[in-house]
Design a protein around this ligand. Structure first.
Ligand code: SF4
Ligand code: SF4
Length: 259
C-alpha cells in the first residue's frame, strides 16, 4: 500500500539576522514531531540536502532590500502553495527599515569604500508589499510556541490561534503589576501585539515593542502618557523606531514628533 505524501516545507532567508530561523531550530522536540508530519525539503540553515519545489508551506524570514530580492520572492511565491512570513523583518521591514527615513545613498557612501558596487533599494520593505502572503507571524524574534502553532494550523487546514490584543493582556494574565502605572516606567505594552507572554514587564522593565503594533493601537494616547513621564519629542521618535519602525502605526507615531 502506498504511503501518503508528507507536505513539503521550505524556509527562505532575505535581509535578516537569522534569529527567526534559529527560533525554528530551537523548537527541538516540537520540531521533531513536526518533522514526522512534514518533509523539511529546503532549509539551508538546518541541512545541505535540498529538494526541489513546489512546496506546500514556505516560511520566509527577512525583508526585501535588493533588486535580486524582488525577483527571488516572486519565484518563491510561484513555487509555494502557502507562504507565511516570520518576524519583524519580513512583516514590517525590520531594523534595516530605518533607512526608509533617510537617503540610503548617504549611508552607503559613508560605510563602503566603493559604494558604486552596492546594489540596494532605497527602502527595506515587508514581503507582503511584493507578493500575496497567507499569514504574518510577528516578533523579533518570533515566539517558538506561536511558530509551532502556525505551522500545525496550516498543516491541519485550520486558522492559527494567534491573538492580536496587547502585551498588557499578557501582563494581567501573568499577574505582573503594571510597570507604567505602578512603577512610572515608560512601556510600549499598550500598543504592542501580544506573543511574548509579557516578558519584559515581568522583569520590571518596559516593553520596547518587538512584536509590533497591536490591532488599532492608540499611539497618540500612549505618547501623551510618556510625555507626562518626561519623555521628549526626540525620545518618542526613537522609541517607535526600532524593529518595527516602518509598521504603519509606529511609523506615523514617530513622524508626528519629527520636525
Ligand atoms: S525579526 Fe528580529 S530575530 Fe527575526 S530575523 Fe529579523 S532581526 Fe532577526
Ligand atoms: S519588548 Fe515587549 S513584546 Fe518584546 S519581549 Fe519585551 S514585553 Fe514582549
Amino acid at each position: 500500500m502506498a504511503t501518503a505524501r508528507r507536505p513539503k516545507l521550505a524556509v527562505w532567508k532575505f535581509a535578516s539576522c537569522d534569529g527567526c530561523q534559529l527560533s525554528l531550530l530551537d523548537c527541538e522536540d516540537e520540531l521533531l514531531a513536526v518533522a514526522g508530519a512534514i518533509e523539511i525539503a529546503n532549509f539551508p540553515e538546518a541541512s545541505g540536502a535540498i529538494a526541489k519545489g513546489p512546496y506546500d508551506v514556505s516560511l520566509v524570514e527577512g525583508s526585501i532590500t535588493t533588486p535580486h530580492d524582488e525577483e527571488r520572492i516572486h519565484a518563491i511565491r510561484r513555487s509555494s502553495k502557502t507562504l507565511i512570513t516570520i518576524g519583524a523583518c519580513a512583516t514590517a521591514g525590520g531594523i534595516q527599515a530605518l533607512r526608509n527615513f533617510k537617503d540610503v545613498r548617504e549611508f552607503t557612501s559613508i560605510v563602503y569604500a566603493k559604494p558604486e558596487y552596492i546594489e540596494t533599494l532605497n527602502k527595506s520593505t515587508p514581503i507582503r508589499d511584493h507578493v500575496p502572503v497567507d499569514f504574518e507571524l510577528r516578533g523579533c524574534p518570533v515566539d517558538k510556541g506561536q511558530l509551532v502553532e502556525v505551522l500545525s494550523a496550516f498543516l491541519n487546514g485550520r486558522k492559527p490561534n494567534v491573538s492580536n490584543y496587547s502585551v498588557c493582556v499578557e501582563c494581567k494574565r501573568r499577574g505582573t503589576v503594571c510597570v507604567m502605572v505602578a512603577g512610572g516606567v515608560p512601556c510600549l505594552g499598550p500598543v504592542t501585539q501580544a506573543g511574548c507572554g509579557g516578558l519584559c514587564p515581568a522583569y520590571a522593565r518596559g516593553c520596547f515593542g518587538c512584536f509590533g503594533p497591536k490591532e488599532t493601537p492608540n499611539t497618540a494616547s500612549l505618547s501623551a502618557a510618556w510625555q507626562e513621564k518626561g519623555a521628549t519629542e526626540q525620545e518618542l521618535v526613537h522609541v517607535y523606531r526600532t524593529f518595527n519602525a516602518s509598521a504603519e502605526p509606529f511609523r506615523k507615531a514617530s513622524e508626528a514628533y519629527e520636525h
